[in-house]
Ligand binder design. Structure first.
Ligand SMILES: C[S@@+](CC[C@H](N)C(=O)[O-])C[C@H]1O[C@@H](n2cnc3c(N)ncnc32)[C@H](O)[C@@H]1O
Ligand SMILES: [Zn+2]
Length: 366
């Protein structure tokens, strides 16, 4: 966690914000390991006397999450997982723990997303297609729209990349706009990889070949304006910031991964300043393991007027929010884009993702 990001973004206690609407600042209460201006291990405290919640900073990642106890118990394995094992021992562990284990799922996620985000910088290329970087190419298409429709390039202020995963989109935002940029996600192994990249300039990840066979890839990744980037663990549906803290937001392929897309859109609108743009993409790949069916945007009730399609349901939701919210997201432009996720060396999932450019507008005052 960079002290400059903490001081500029002034995170508030997510417990106080959710329970009483109070915006109580967090302070850095303890630093046990620091590298330059980056806190690697430490503790943040809520300043409110009746709350005094503590939030740890682990492996450079502050965990500013409302229900920190259940997050830690659900993610204890990922957080405590050591990363100093040789590739041989790691492979043996993978075989013993087996397919579908938490260890296996973490490696698969790291493989798929790190490959798409950073494999263009890996000197050891794989043979043949597909080409990495699909998400960042899509993001730039959205940012081109934001430059045209909202003069994003001329706006100043911090930017937030929500659901940043291993972080290449966050670096791409900082490179393009030279603004202080924050990537937030809830997946600790992915954030740990991104945070280590900030401190070491190196990407290290298991690239899946087939089955439980992974090759460890480690390479230097020079990323322009990396000093403007930081990565925090925050819930997209309960962002720990004051209203209007950010000048722009991106959220690539995560709307269908949250428990409540409506709460996420509301949280995003509230942390954006007036007239701030946001680029959102979503393949509408609904699954009940992430989102209860009642909360899907489309994807059910095909006998209704929208035939179960997600795109009109999303447009309707945005319009509906306009009449019910203090600040809402107004649709400016949309397009269909292609996004690929590499599963292993012989398999890639190809998605058609719906890209929308929205901008905050002031709505009903209560
Ligand atoms: C399908 S991945 C997309 C990752 C990346 N944006 C990309 O396009 O390559 C969805 C990401 O959203 C994150 N995510 C899911 N629910 C979240 C939440 N409530 N708050 C923050 N991040 C979340 C996941 O951990 C994952 O990294
Ligand atoms: Zn508090």
């Amino acid at each position: 966690m960079r002290t400059e990001h903490f001081e500029t973004l002034r995170p508030v206690c997510p417990v106080c914000k959710a329970d009483s609407g109070q915006l109580n600042s967090l302070v850095i209460a303890d630093v046990t390991q620091q590298e330059g201006t980056q806190i690697v291990q430490g503790v943040l405290h809520c300043t409110h006397g009746a709350c005094q919640r503590e939030f740890p900073v682990i492996d450079g990642v502050p965990l500013i999450i409302r229900n920190i106890r259940s997050y830690l118990s659900e993610n204890a394995f990922q957080i405590a997982l050591r990363d100093d094992l040789s590739p041989n021992l790691e492979s043996l562990l993978g075989d013993c723990l087996g397919a579908g284990s938490t260890f296996d799922i973490c490696r698969q996620h790291l493989s798929s997303y790190t490959w798409d985000h950073y494999a263009d910088l890996d000197p050891q290329k794989e043979d043949g297609p597909p080409i990495p970087g699909s998400m960042v190419r899509v993001m730039h298409q959205g940012l081109d729209l934001a430059d045209t429709h909202c003069s994003l390039a001329e706006r100043s202020g911090p930017m937030v990349d929500i659901g940043c995963s291993v972080g290449r989109s966050t670096f791409a935002l900082a490179e393009r706009y030279r603004s202080l940029t924050l990537g937030v996600d809830l997946n600790f192994p992915m954030l740990r990889l991104a945070s280590r990249l900030l401190r070491t300039g190196t990407v290290s990840y298991p690239r899946r070949r087939v089955g439980l066979v992974y090759d460890r890839r480690e390479f230097h990744a020079p990323l322009p304006n990396a000093e403007l980037v930081d990565f925090w663990a925050c819930d997209a549906m309960a962002l720990p910031f004051a209203d209007g803290a950010f000048a722009a937001a991106t959220s690539m392929n995560m709307l269908d991964c949250v428990a409540s897309p409506v709460d996420f859109l509301g949280a995003m609108a509230s942390v954006l300043g007036s007239g701030a743009p946001a680029v959102i993409t979503c393949p509408y790949d609904w699954s009940i393991s992430a989102t209860p069916m009642e909360c899907w945007i489309g994807g059910h009730s095909q006998r209704g007027p929208e035939g179960g399609a997600s795109e009109p349901a999303f447009r309707r939701l945005l319009k509906q929010n306009a009449s019910q919210s203090r600040k809402y997201l107004h649709l400016l432009a949309e397009k269909e884009v292609e996004w690929q996720v590499r599963v292993h060396s012989r398999s890639t999932m190809c998605y058609k993702s719906h890209l929308v450019l929205v901008q905050t507008e002031d709505g009903v005052s209560f």
